[in-house]
Ligand binder design. Structure first.
Ligand SMILES: Cc1ncc(COP(=O)(O)O)c(C=O)c1O
Length: 383
């Protein structure tokens, strides 16, 4: 199988980095569940010496995701947080990072509680306003770390604009593309230097693996990632690599349905009398709908809505039947959650308030079920 140079997105998802297994012809890359590799003679091996350093299943996934995101190389880690930690390890003590204020709670926790101990400094700003980024940048700013759309208030950052801003000051732009997935948004095309994913979410897509991956736009950044993947050792295991590879093959199909269901639920909720407001980039009422149309292909499967009080939010979360009350997102089954007490409980209350994450906000990760069944479930939960 030769992948044409001009292959389109869904073809790349299925074929990039995939070659039939050289020993059997198996079309699917096998799970190379091994810790070491036998060498032919001293100094002669087949490119594999020890499985922390190299594993063919992981390598196939890394080549696949690098191509999907339009980067040069990718490195897979044991979780999304391990991937973010690997990126941060390229910084030196005294360096400063500007971060989206509404970043994932675990990212905030890693930066605020762990990395500040090593002399790194972080400023949290609303990266949807480039002026705020400019104001926060200093001589020591080496990285701009952006999440778009954010979780759970779905604020967008103009990737092209902030890439120019970061580069003008000699800083790297890192985009956490977990929420959109590369089927919806490709940050490297818009100027990002590094893209990270929690593969736990849309890339795997079946809620049965935890992992992370970093894609580099340039070889100079890839070198450090390769080094630290082996040196720190937080690698993605062969079975998880295989699961994510299985997931990326259907990414285009799944995202089309996630997008359609996200839109259907957002439209239903925005007409419901018990719902105060709905946040979804695909709705014309979203303050950055125009940017979403420019930057995204489809608007994703994540939406949030405000039901007025914490009690009402609790009632809705406890009343769904088809949807499951759970953290996480991006799987084929629809999940509902209460960010203030679940995914974002580690974010201080005043920080949550400042970004509009109220106690009455409910978040949905729309799965790929029939949209009408999801609407019926929400209708009975709200009733
Ligand atoms: C946007 C985002 N980035 C990173 C992470 C961390 O990923 P993981 O849970 O795989 O460590 C998450 C987890 O929910 C996330 O939502």
């Amino acid at each position: 199988m030769d992948l044409p140079k001009n292959a389109r997105f869904s073809t790349v998802c299925i074929h990039a980095g995939q070659v039939p297994d050289p020993s059997t012809g198996a079309i699917i890359t096998p799970i190379y569940q091994t810790s070491t590799y036998v060498q032919d003679e001293l100094g002669h091996h087949k490119g594999y010496e020890y499985a922390r350093t190299q594993n063919p299943t992981r390598a196939a996934l890394e080549a696949n995701v690098a191509a999907i995101e339009g980067g040069v190389l990718a490195y897979a880690f044991a979780s999304g947080m391990a991937a973010i930690g690997a990126i941060a390890s390229a910084l030196q003590s005294g360096d400063h990072v500007v971060v989206t204020d509404n970043t994932y709670g675990g990212t905030f926790r890693l930066f605020d509680k762990v990395l500040t101990k090593f002399g790194l400094d972080f400023s949290y700003v609303d990266t949807s306003c480039p002026e705020e980024i400019e104001r926060a940048m200093r001589r020591q700013t080496k990285m701009l770390f952006v999440e778009t759309p954010t979780n759970p208030v779905l604020r967008l950052t103009d990737i092209r604009k902030v890439a120019d801003l970061a580069h003008a000051r000699g800083a790297r732009l890192v985009v956490d593309n977990t929420f959109a997935s590369p089927a919806v948004q490709r940050p490297i095309e818009l100027g990002a230097d590094l893209v990270i994913h929690s593969t736990t979410k849309y890339l795997n897509g079946h809620s049965d693996s935890v992992g992370g991956i970093v894609v580099a736009a340039r070889h100079e950044d890839a070198e450090w990632l390769k080094f630290v993947q082996n040196a720190a050792g937080a690698i993605l295991g062969p079975f998880d690599s295989w699961l994510v590879l299985r997931g990326t093959k259907t990414l285009t199909l799944r995202m089309a349905q996630h997008n359609a269901n996200g839109m259907a639920l957002a439209e239903f909720l925005s007409t419901h009398p018990r719902v105060r407001s709905v946040i979804y980039p695909g709705l014309p009422s979203h303050p950055q709908h125009e940017l979403a149309r420019r930057q995204m292909r489809g608007f994703g499967g994540m939406l949030s809505f405000d039901v007025g009080t914490f009690e009402e939010a609790r009632r809705v979360c406890n009343s769904v039947r088809l949807m499951s009350l759970a953290e996480s997102l991006g799987g084929v089954e629809t999940l509902i959650c209460h960010p203030a007490t679940m995914t974002h409980a580690s974010v201080p209350a005043e920080h949550r308030a400042s970004i509009g994450l109220t106690d009455s906000l409910v978040r949905i990760s729309a799965g790929v079920e029939d949209a009408q069944d999801l609407i019926d479930d929400l209708a009975q939960a709200l009733a």
